[in-house]
Write a protein that binds this ligand. Structure first.
Ligand SMILES: Cc1cc2nc3c(=O)[nH]c(=O)nc-3n(C[C@H](O)[C@H](O)[C@H](O)COP(=O)(O)O)c2cc1C
Length: 346
């Protein structure tokens, strides 16, 4: 049984509701961070955890936070990337739909670490029902003193807004997302400057994925060192996998990084093997942007080692005999699928 961090409370009835979430220990990380830690302490814990961004690129989260420009004196922002536009990826939707307060709690602690007083959640246009769930949850957070002025009497102020996009794949790319948030067409910007120096309205901004931000509360409650004990090597912690296609059990699963592809693919606890026991043709292990793997390179690397679900192992072999963990969108095809047609569709 893999350790659960993000989905630990998912089976508690009505966990979407504020009262239930709070009773389950929710918002404890905000109390701990704001009352007992400095923003630098929070950044240090996230660095120690080794957690890497879950939006696709896998960039170390604490390191990204440490790049934020604090010298310019300009306002800073956290922007949560809830665009989830990568085909085959539906884990952020799952989190926000079932346990929205986990994201809001993580966004408050993350904003505090960045010393941001105005932060946003940018959500794709097709997720209108989740937009409403988040708006309600944010209202509850304001009503209970977790957002707004002088949070918990600590002098820290934070406003958090949800902004709805119009539904465009490119708006998941962080600089296009920022353009869109500013009210413009979602065209990517040339980098540098990176958003940590010049982001939203030219102000220092950190963009992080929903899953990344939702992980922060556990790290603060339990410590970065505890988090770093989970997973394998530089792939610390757990990862949400969106499993779809010709498998017996499609769905969202939280796994400890380091699990073998074989276990994830064949175990009844996860994908459960091929639907109707038809032959496997190919798998895209990390969302549509990553290379397709044929069966011989899915379970073993070109060197004959077991393929593991880590950033390193899935990338072993590069774009020829390897792929990437990407956003964790695990798409499986049986022998009836046409890879050319599928690629054309993408
Ligand atoms: C074309 C394109 C689309 C992207 N779409 C998403 C997306 O839907 N969600 C997301 O979190 N990141 C997406 N990204 C990655 C973001 O640019 C950015 O790296 C990410 O939000 C950073 O968060 P993280 O460090 O927590 O992963 C996309 C990148 C590209 C190039």
């Amino acid at each position: 049984m893999s350790k659960k961090i993000l989905l630990e409370k998912i089976d508690i009835p009505d966990i979407r509701e504020y009262e239930v979430y709070r009773k389950s220990g929710g918002y404890a990380s905000v109390e701990k961070a704001l009352k007992t830690m400095t923003p630098d302490d929070v950044i240090e814990q996230v660095k120690t955890s080794g957690v890497r961004g879950r939006g696709g690129a896998g960039f170390p989260m604490g390191l990204k936070w440490s790049f934020i420009d604090r010298k310019s004196g300009k306002p800073r922002h956290l922007v949560v990337n809830a665009d989830e536009s990568e085909p085959g990826t539906f884990k952020d939707r799952y989190l926000m739909h079932h346990i929205p307060h986990l994201l809001i709690e993580g966004a408050i602690v993350s904003s505090y670490a960045l010393e941001a007083n105005l932060s946003y959640i940018y959500i794709r246009g097709e997720y209108m029902w989740i937009f409403k769930i988040l708006e309600k949850a944010i209202k509850e957070a304001y009503a209970n003193g977790w957002l707004g002025k002088n949070i918990l009497g600590t002098g820290y102020d934070l406003d958090l807004y949800v902004h709805c996009g119009a539904g465009a794949y490119i708006c998941g790319e962080e600089t296009a997302l920022i353009e869109s948030l500013e009210g413009k067409r979602g065209n990517p910007r040339i980098k540098p400057p990176f958003p940590a120096v010049s982001g939203l309205w030219g102000e220092p901004t950190v963009v992080n994925n929903v899953e990344s931000v939702s992980t922060v509360s556990w790290i603060i409650n339990n410590g970065g060192e505890e988090y770093a004990k989970i997973g394998l090597g530089k792939s610390t912690g757990t990862k949400l996998m969106s499993a779809s296609g010709h498998i017996k059990n499609p769905g969202v699963y939280e796994i400890e990084l380091g699990m073998s592809v074989d276990e994830f693919f064949n175990s009844d606890e996860y994908c459960g093997g091929m639907m109707d026991d038809r032959p496997l043709k190919a798998c895209i292990p990390g969302g549509c942007s990553v290379p397709v793997l044929p069966p011989r390179y899915l379970f073993k690397t070109a060197n004959g080692e077991d393929r593991l679900i880590t950033y390193e192992s899935l990338a072993d072999g590069g774009f020829v005999t390897g792929s990437s963990l990407g956003s964790g969108g695990f798409i499986v095809y049986n022998d009836t699928a046409c890879i050319v047609r599928n690629t054309w569709n993408f």
